[in-house]
Design a protein around this ligand. Structure first.
Ligand code: HAH
Length: 333
């Protein structure tokens, strides 16, 4: 391939399947503008719509950065996935504390949650087409069901249904998602299935399930993902892969000495991306979107996480914004 001009657009390649999205920051809509406009037709704010960014102080909302992403997307006819309304991280501590410095009551926290959801969802009503309403509410420990977050401890398990109801009341046309990581791992899949089934039985407005897709070049197997898609599809909800990236490191690998990926890593990653997207295309009837958690390998949340001082190369474009072998295996089929 001699120049980027000859590279097929990812979004065009998938126009008969599902929109391809990217998580962006208010900075990278400038630094990665060319790649974004050429290859992606949906955006998600990585951080700018999270509680602590958009609502840092009581009664004070900061919409400037989130607005800049929404305006960029609208100017370029891109979809906007909202992320995220209720999460145990990136939420100010003050939300859970009352004016005396004691733990907030259930009623106070519910009213704060409602105010937050109503304000944010109404601002982007008709513009953000779907929301990750609740993020990562399931516990990682095998036997425990819901994560013991402040939301759960103070409000109780119905904080989840309340969040969906508040969001739906403000924007009945928005698609409402439950989003989680490790969602294809059997121990967690069963708990997510249980949660969604319970919400459905209560008639709660939930429309989609987000599988984050923070995977690596060894795990999980394509069969495990297929099995999970089959299972979730039985719930009758739409499914999106919401935060896709493929780390080059196996879980538990803590090496920090690599300054660039090995050719074996890149080949394995390309093969995995090829297999994954073949599977996603096969499931186009249930998958309504695939979003990468980033654009190119120069900016990824996996630099320094979960291992400090380590770089990673999980995306389709390299640090110079050139397509990797992984890109070609996804785009040409
Ligand atoms: C995701 N969590 C979050 O949904 C997203 O908002 C964030 O930007 C990055 C990843 C994944 C995760 C985590 O934050 C901590 C431990 C495991 C997985």
């Amino acid at each position: 391939m001699s120049s980027d001009q000859q590279v097929v657009s990812l979004c065009d390649a998938y126009k008969d399947y599902f929109p391809i999205g990217a998580a962006v920051s208010s900075r990278c809509i400038h630094t990665h503008r060319d790649l974004l406009l050429r290859h992606f037709c949906s955006v998600t704010a990585t951080n700018e719509m999270k509680f602590s960014s958009i609502h840092p102080d009581e009664g004070s909302y900061q919409f400037v950065l989130a607005d800049s992403i929404v305006e960029f997307a609208e100017a370029n006819d891109m979809l906007i996935r909202g992320h995220t309304l209720v999460w145990h991280q990136q939420t100010p501590e003050r939300v859970f504390i009352d004016s005396d410095g004691a733990s907030a009551s259930r009623d106070l926290l519910l009213s704060r949650m409602r105010d937050h959801i109503e304000t944010v969802v109404s601002r982007y009503k008709g513009r953000v087409y779907c929301w990750d309403v609740v993020n990562e509410a399931i516990d990682d420990k095998g036997s425990d069901y819901l994560r013991p977050s402040k939301w759960l401890q103070i409000i109780g398990p119905d904080y989840i249904e309340k969040a969906f109801e508040y969001a739906h009341a403000v924007d009945p046309d928005a698609l409402l998602f439950y989003n989680d990581y490790n969602a294809v791992a059997p121990y967690k899949r069963e708990k997510i299935m249980r949660l969604i089934t319970e919400l459905q039985q209560k008639g709660i407005p939930i429309h989609g399930i987000g599988l984050q897709g923070h995977w690596n070049i060894y795990w999980p197997s394509v069969d495990e993902i297929r099995y999970a898609l089959d299972d979730y599809a039985r719930l009758g909800l739409t499914i999106q892969i919401t935060e896709l990236d493929l780390s080059v490191f196996a879980y538990g690998d803590t090496r920090i000495d690599l300054t660039e990926p090995t050719s074996e890593m890149m080949e394995l990653q390309a093969k995995r991306y090829e297999e994954l997207f073949r599977l996603f295309r096969e499931y186009k009837g249930v998958i309504s979107g695939v979003t990468f958690w980033g654009i190119a390998d120069d900016v990824t949340w996996l630099h320094n996480f979960p291992v400090r001082g380590r770089r990673d190369w999980p995306l389709l474009f390299d640090c110079e914004h050139q397509p990797k072998e992984s890109f070609y295996r996804v785009a040409r089929f």
